[in-house]
Design a protein around this ligand. Structure first.
Ligand code: BGC
Length: 911
């Protein structure tokens, strides 16, 4: 047994940690099976002195164990030693450390400084300080923040490898500072430069392209802490002695791009001005920083029919392009960005709307490498102007996002599905840039709560999003009010507006996802008032019938069942959706109250939940079990949120199946129905139908966009039409993760990886086959360690490989086997032959339709058994249409016909 990882607040060896009671998590690895932790001990020391020693604690907790020692001091190094004992008589230990940050914003004693430039000055100010050091230096830390986005150089070299600090928070109430290790960067004579771009603070932002949202003046606050070898310490902080100038960055805006003039001769320096900004709102960096996480080489040089000269990077990303060039003095090179080419192969930047996204570089005659500093673009293609010779090796696309750890992988036998998974993961990376944005390219890039809410569960499979959402949820809570509830975007730059369902429900759903995924109770404690506040807000809007039926709603945003009209909110009754979420959020709050031992609240929200359910049934389901909105999404939410009374469920399932069949086995759902439709089908004995709609390749479907060459998830099912035209509604992003929310179903149902207890302390492995996929292999790195589920169904045989991390247990349902198996940690291999697997193999989607038609047995069993199958709503439906009708509508009948044959064949076999 060995300890593989020791994390402190989810991080390995964090510095600048601003958490007073950090939590420790470790991962146990072992070659033995059924390993459980029996005890641990944690020793935390500072300068060799013990500050916390738990001694040996008999416990199986290995995740998020909270520090209970002497109060932590700021800017201090703490060593941590964890020792663990297991049930096999082994013992092992692991060491790590963390360094605290300032622990309080007001511990920053330096002054806020700003400039006094003319209002029309576009260039980024550079704050400068020169100083000498005389003694031998041990360590150097820089604590810094800004109003705007900043970069610090010490003696010409950038400190850290991060971008867009201090990140985007609700600057009215919360501003992060960052801690940098700058050991070895100081000399005797030193120059510090802090350059500030407008960023989110002062920059043009929102679809109205509004400038100065938080303030009209950027400012800096920084301290360089120099610890000398002799034990003394000196702090160089921003103050009146600093100077300010402008440099090569002549303008920079997130939406518009950046202009760098490397011929520019530095301005005269001028005095800085002191600036006042509340230090009480300053907090340490809360999530991982934004970094360049991948560098993509140029794939192809293209000259378009219009004569534009482009480079294709093969992948839609967020970031910028690094350009290597040796131009003449004053030569101007412009890099324009776009996600896509139009159907004639020309550059198509329309999806960016008003976000110009041009980076402009003015050369100085030498070999130069240009990157912008304070802007990012959503693009796959660049268009280059002002450069004669274009060599692919001189262009590198830098993909950037919050540097979350990748935790999930999913591959299967279907290459289109693998591309879909890649698209989901890329859209997540591209849009998790400090906040969860709707899209990374157009004049928006806002923290739309609805998008984040529907995608959160999928996101938590793909990457560790605990810190990312912890930070953003704090902003959500800080923007929430009793009067208006939770805003639609966080941070809120859209102004006062009442909360809307599915969007504002991010307040309850996302903390719940984080709790379930990581076993993180603190997020429930921290967000509890916000969660409860959101439900209370809805209650305050309810009428006498106990339902929320007033005010603006997004409904089933972008659903196809009404999109032809100007209305983007879909056909499902908006208040049906609102009340479904009301119940769902209340359910979460009552569960959270129980976990937090808030017994009185638990009772109140229990009762409220039951009341909403009754009111929902009264209002939206007739006494005969018919949904008032018999749309796919209407049925899906009633089923998935477990709202419909038991006696109505069958009819609702059948209505859902009918609706899907009427859409020729395609979905018509929007933001609300899409994440749940396959779950609702799989949970209600229609897993095959879930598989059918999941694997559709024509419009509308997930794989339609894949077949159209998408490398990220589109905002709309029809962002690009079958004939290659674009949706021209003025809202058409090709990088919008909301519909990527199918990822959760892929991990849960196809790979079968589920948490039975928060943090995957107990795991459920339950893969379920669908026709058209013969093998799946998925991993998920839980907080306890990596879980693996892989299966293959081939040559009349099912093989399953499972890995369960130490200190957890699992219940396994092998595919197509009746009884569950309970297992402990370790690697397991199962191999077996079943009748059903043979059928699946024979009638898999890979099998051509002709083959089925050539099977005389298929026709025979159809005629023989069809009448008996009339009780099955699906078959009834197909049967009623008559076989002839079904067949005449070829080629769309393939899945339907196959389903009939398959189901009948199953019954034939079981005779
Ligand atoms: C965004 C969406 C968002 C929606 C809400 C759009 O402009 O891109 O994804 O949720 O507005 O109206």
């Amino acid at each position: 047994m060995r300890l593989e990882e020791l994390r402190i607040e989810y991080q390995a060896k964090p510095i600048g940690l601003d958490v007073r009671k950090p939590r420790f998590s470790w991962i146990i690895a072992s070659d033995e099976k059924n390993v459980l932790q029996t005890a641990y001990s944690i020793l935390v020391t500072k300068d060799g002195e013990t500050v916390w020693n738990t001694g040996r604690v008999d416990s199986n907790s290995s995740v998020l164990v909270e520090y209970q020692g002497i109060e932590l001091e700021p800017c201090s190094l703490y060593n941590v030693l964890v020792e663990v004992w297991d049930n096999k008589g082994n013992q092992s230990c692991i060491e790590s450390y963390f360094e605290t940050g300032l622990l309080k914003g007001t511990n920053l004693k330096a002054d806020w400084i700003t400039h006094n430039f003319e209002a029309e000055e576009q260039a980024c100010p550079v704050f400068v300080k020169e100083f000498k050091t005389e003694k031998e230096i041990d360590t150097v830390r820089v604590y810094a923040t800004a109003l705007g986005v900043y970069e610090i150089k010490i003696n010409g070299e950038k400190i850290g490898d991060t971008y867009f600090a201090p990140g985007w928070t609700n600057y009215k109430k919360r501003l992060q500072y960052q801690t940098y290790k700058a050991d070895g960067m100081l000399k005797e004579d030193n120059k510090i430069e802090i350059t500030i771009g407008n960023g989110w603070y002062k920059g043009i932002f929102g679809f109205m392209c509004t400038p100065n949202i938080y303030g009209d003046r950027v400012a800096a606050l920084a301290e360089i802490h120099i610890n000398y070898v002799d034990g003394t310490k000196e702090i160089i902080g921003t103050d009146e002695s600093w100077k300010v100038t402008t440099g090569a960055i002549r303008s920079s805006e997130i939406y518009m791009g950046e202009t760098i003039d490397s011929c520019y001769i530095e301005d005269e320096v001028s005095d800085v001005q002191l600036f006042s900004f509340d230090k009480n709102i300053i907090v340490g960096q809360e999530s991982e920083p934004v970094r360049i996480t991948e560098r993509l080489s140029a794939k192809e040089f293209i000259v378009t029919p219009k004569g534009e000269r482009l480079i294709d990077f093969g992948q839609n990303i967020t970031g910028f392009v690094e350009v290597k060039v040796k131009g003449t003095v004053g030569q101007k090179i412009t890099i324009k960005h776009a996600e896509v080419l139009d159907k004639d192969g020309n550059f198509y930047p329309e999806t960016l709307r008003q976000a110009v996204s041009h980076d402009v570089y003015i050369c100085n005659g030498e070999e130069q490498t240009f990157i912008p500093h304070f802007t990012f673009h959503g693009f796959r293609y660049i268009c280059i102007e002002g450069l004669e010779e274009i060599k692919l090796e001189n262009f590198t696309a830098c993909a950037m996002h919050t540097h979350m750890e990748q935790t999930g992988s999913f591959t299967c036998s279907n290459p289109l599905v693998n591309q879909l998974q890649s698209n989901i993961q890329w859209s997540q990376r591209d849009n998790f840039l400090d906040i969860p944005t709707d899209c990374p390219q157009r004049d928006e890039r806002l923290g739309w709560t609805g998008d984040a809410q529907v995608f959160a569960a999928t996101a938590a499979y793909n990457h560790n999003v605990a810190l990312f959402f912890t930070k953003w949820l704090r902003d959500l809570a800080s923007e929430q009010t009793k009067e208006l509830g939770v805003p639609h975007v966080i941070p809120n730059i859209l102004g006062a507006q009442e909360g809307a369902s599915a969007w504002s429900d991010a307040a309850t759903i996302i903390p719940w996802v984080i709790y379930q995924t990581y076993g993180d109770v603190r997020i429930l404690e921290d967000q509890y008032e916000s969660m409860k506040g959101w439900v209370d807000f809805i209650t305050s809007r309810c009428g006498e019938n106990g339902l929320w039926q007033t005010g603006f709603q997004y409904g089933d945003w972008l659903a196809l069942d009404k999109e032809e009209s100007a209305d983007r909110t879909g056909a499902t009754d908006k208040y049906l959706v609102a009340n479904a979420y009301y119940a769902y959020s209340t359910d979460i709050v009552r569960k959270a109250a129980k976990i937090l031992n808030k017994n009185e609240d638990a009772k109140i929200y229990d009762e409220l939940y039951e009341k909403i359910k009754i009111a929902f049934n009264d209002e939206y389901i007739t006494k005969t079990g018919r949904m008032v909105s018999e749309t796919q999404t209407g049925c899906v939410v009633a089923l998935h949120f477990d709202l419909a009374e038991e006696k109505y469920r069958e009819r609702i399932v059948s209505a859902l199946a009918t609706n899907i069949a009427n859409h020729k086995n395609h979905l018509s759902t929007g933001f609300v129905g899409t994440p749940y439709i396959c779950h609702a089908l799989s949970d209600n004995n229609l897993h095959d139908l879930a598989g059918t709609i999941f694997l559709q390749e024509d419009y509308p479907s997930w794989l339609y966009s894949v077949k159209k060459g998408a490398t990220t998830i589109w905002e709309r099912w029809n962002s690009i039409l079958p004939n290659g035209d674009f949706d021209v509604s003025g809202m058409n992003s090709l990088n919008h993760y909301a519909y990527g929310s199918i990822g959760e179903w892929m991990y849960k149902r196809l790979a079968g990886i589920n948490a039975l207890e928060p943090g995957y302390k107990k795991i459920l492995i339950k893969p379920e086959f669908i026709k058209g996929i013969n093998s799946v292999s998925a991993t998920f790195k839980s907080v306890h360690g990596e879980i693996k589920s892989a299966w293959i169904c081939k040559d009349k045989c099912i093989k399953v490989d499972i890995e369960i991390p130490a200190n957890t247990t699992a219940i396994v349902y092998l595919p197509e086997q009746e009884n569950p198996i309970e297992i402990g940690s370790g690697s397991y291999h199962y191999e077996y032959v079943t009748e059903t697997s043979l059928e699946k193999e024979r009638f898999s989607m890979d099998t051509k339709l002709e083959e089925i038609m050539n099977e005389p047995i298929a026709v025979q069993i159809f005629t023989q058994y069809a009448p008996q199958m009339l009780d099955n709503p699906m078959i009834k439906l197909v049967y009623q249409n008559t076989l002839a009708e079904v067949l005449s509508s070829a080629p769309d009948i393939q899945p339907l016909f196959q389903m009939v044959v398959d189901t009948l064949n199953k019954s034939y076999k079981s005779e």
